[in-house]
Design a protein around this ligand. Structure first.
Ligand SMILES: *Cc1c(COP(=O)(O)O)cnc(C)c1O
Length: 382
């Protein structure tokens, strides 16, 4: 049996996999409209936000592309905060749209502070938008978005956020935090198969989109919104019906558990597993605890051993992700659909065995450390 711990795609609940096997129906019929309504309501309660959530055939990158095509004006100034590969990707997409990029880069394995946001805004008062990553999956940095965004005045630049690896797995409240454009996808925190881009816009972002010429017909968000807001909601183009079925089931699964309890659950697993890794003597990639992702563990393994570790884990049935270049962690292990304490033992035991096999000098006593943190983290809500 293979255990999947990559930061996307993630292990999907059985109910979601089975739902995907449902019959094809017409996407112009009543049944489809009801499904769209149900998914919209559930996403609204996850985001604790009003207004439509747009689902487009695509992936996380597609959602970033959709935000860019609808909200970035060619020639405008955009401040791009990046802490890794995905921050760089968002920057590249916006740059291809013809924006003038002001690049602000975090140090390797670091995130951003309020001061950095404030300074960048002061130096670039004409910026039309800023780009931020919520959870940078290449390094395992989670930016304290709520705190960072409190620095941005209401008439300030549009705030566009890559929430591709955070939505569903950790608190993310675009309305309360004043995010103008949020991009995500189906196959990470939402626990569904790949295939859907998820986009949410604030009221002022919808106004901006109405004034912006979107050169993409497929990603024309106002067009999607118009059909979604009909008495019987619809999509402009043929949607991936099976993935919608699965997404609805995954959202039911998360909602039944309780979103906030779920966030506490992913976090508890990550922290407990990380305590085990540290006890073994393995190095966590993110030094500053406050920046550590609550849903992904990033390890820094000596470069020649990193690839071997992934291979050694694969051989015992555990699939994890390798690094993504120089600024990335060498081994990345995600906790999107956490299986509780037994799973921590499986993962920690697996990493211990693989590290030994690779000739790393790892210490024992790690389950005891993990158990301590498991209990002190508790399963309270966050
Ligand atoms: C996975 C990921 C992406 C890209 O998503 P795709 O679905 O592979 O297109 C973008 N940003 C972040 C932070 C991610 O984790």
């Amino acid at each position: 049996m293979q255990h999947l711990y990559t930061p996307g795609p993630v292990d999907v609940p059985l109910s979601s996999r089975l739902a995907g096997a449902g019959p094809m129906i017409s996407h112009r019929g009543e049944e489809w409209s009801q499904l769209l309504e149900e998914i919209g309501n559930r996403l609204g309660s996850l985001l604790e936000a009003e207004g439509p959530v747009i689902l487009l055939p695509g992936s996380g990158t597609g959602a970033l592309e959709a935000l860019t095509a609808n909200l970035v004006t060619p020639g405008s100034e955009v401040i791009s905060f990046s802490c890794g590969t995905f921050g760089d990707r968002f920057r590249e997409i916006v740059s291809r749209r013809g924006a003038r990029i002001v690049a602000v880069d975090a140090p390797r394995g670091g995130g951003f502070t309020r001061e950095e946001i404030r300074d960048a805004l002061k130096s670039h008062p004409r910026a039309e938008a800023i780009l931020l990553t919520h959870n940078e999956t290449s390094t395992g940095v989670a930016n304290p978005l709520e705190e960072l965004l409190s620095e941005i005045p209401a008439e300030g630049p549009l705030v566009l956020v890559d929430a591709v690896s955070s939505l569903g797995a950790m608190p993310c409240y675009p309305m309360e935090w004043s995010i103008d454009g949020l991009a995500s996808c189906s196959q990470k925190g939402l626990l569904a198969p790949p295939g859907l881009s998820v986009v949410y816009l604030s009221e002022r972002a919808w106004e901006k989109a109405g004034r912006t010429i979107c050169t993409s017909y497929f990603f024309d968000l106002p067009l999607h919104r118009k059909l979604l807001q009909k008495r019987r909601p619809q999509n402009p183009f043929t949607p991936p019906v099976s993935t919608f079925y699965s997404l609805a089931a995954s959202l039911r699964y998360l909602e039944d558990y309780g979103y906030r309890s779920w966030f506490a659950r992913t976090r508890r697993s990550a922290r407990s597993f990380e305590a085990a890794c540290e006890q073994m003597g393995l190095k966590l990639f993110i030094r500053e605890e406050g920046f550590r992702s609550p849903v992904m563990t990033a390890l820094e393994i000596p470069s020649e051993k990193g690839g071997h570790m992934k291979q050694a884990l694969e051989e015992i049935g555990i699939t994890v992700a390798q690094g993504q270049g120089n600024n990335s962690a060498t081994l990345r292990i995600a906790h999107y659909n956490p299986g509780g304490w037994p799973e921590i033992c499986l993962l920690a035991g697996g990493v211990f065995g693989a590290a030994k096999r690779c000739g790393l000098d790892v210490k024992d006593g790690f389950l005891e450390k993990a158990w301590d943190i498991w209990n002190s983290e508790g399963d309270g809500t966050c």
